[in-house]
Ligand binder design. Structure first.
Ligand SMILES: C[S@@+](CC[C@H](N)C(=O)[O-])C[C@H]1O[C@@H](n2cnc3c(N)ncnc32)[C@H](O)[C@@H]1O
Length: 221
């Protein structure tokens, strides 16, 4: 059971300026646990999380890879320095701090040239809550949720990067809510030559969560 090899939420590092693991984080990890069944035959070598927050997802990926005996280069970014400190502490609490490089940056700024067509696993639980656009410019914990118009401001900056980052077998896992229009996001990905589908749907309080998975289209002869 791979589910037994994810981060312990009680051992994530809490901070009032950092997003605590929540239903969206749990849904994304559940989708990753399912995907990890395929990693035995197709091991990811470069794994990237954008917006690591408490580190719960990054740590779960590192633990799943360790359990499967896969050596991968893992990189996690966050725009909030307090989030990177929490991620570091969460990784340390699970004895996998040496498995992940942490980078303080906006999305993947500064990393993209080196990651071109190289990322096997790309994950992002973005700030998706619809808010006035100016709230996206706030710092600290607001950056965890403030998503601007339709919750799409940060998502729409991220989407154009994806095709250039994914390796031939690479996959993106992206958290969305209904207000973000997941079907439209899949359509945008298709226009960039990727295929996309919702691999997990979940209702959590008022949120209708969808986890989108995107990959390169496979030409069927
Ligand atoms: C919804 S929280 C998710 C945190 C964690 N990954 C989880 O699922 O529990 C979104 C995270 O993205 C980070 N973030 C927001 N905008 C970002 C940006 N432009 N670049 C990098 N990280 C960003 C926030 O600081 C926050 O930690």
């Amino acid at each position: 059971m791979l589910q037994a090899h994810i981060a312990d939420v009680r051992q994530t590092h809490g901070d009032r300026d950092v997003y605590d693991p929540s239903d969206d984080s749990f849904a994304l990890v559940d989708a990753l646990v399912k995907a990890a069944e395929e990693w035995r035959s197709k091991p990811p070598r470069i794994c990237v999380e954008v917006g690591s927050g408490s580190g719960y997802i990054t740590c779960s990926v590192a633990l799943l890879l360790q359990h499967l005996g896969i050596t991968a280069h893992c990189i996690s970014t966050d725009i909030n320095p307090a989030a990177l400190h929490s991620t570091e502490c969460t990784l340390q609490a699970h004895n996998v701090a040496d498995k992940v490089d942490l980078v303080h940056t906006d999305l993947l700024e500064g990393l993209r040239p080196r990651l071109r067509k190289a990322v096997d696993l790309l994950v992002f639980n973005p700030p998706y809550v619809p808010t006035p656009d100016e709230e996206v410019l706030r710092t600290g914990i607001a950056q965890a949720w403030a998503g601007g118009n339709r919750g799409r401001v940060v998502i729409d900056r991220f989407l154009p990067m994806v095709e250039d980052l994914l390796s031939p077998d690479g996959q993106l896992f992206l958290v969305t809510v209904a207000e973000n229009d997941p079907e439209e996001i899949i359509g945008i990905m298709q226009q960039s030559g990727l295929s996309g589908e919702v691999v997990l749907r979940r209702r959590a309080d008022e949120e209708h969560l969808s986890i989108i998975r995107c990959s390169r289209k496979v030409d069927r002869q």
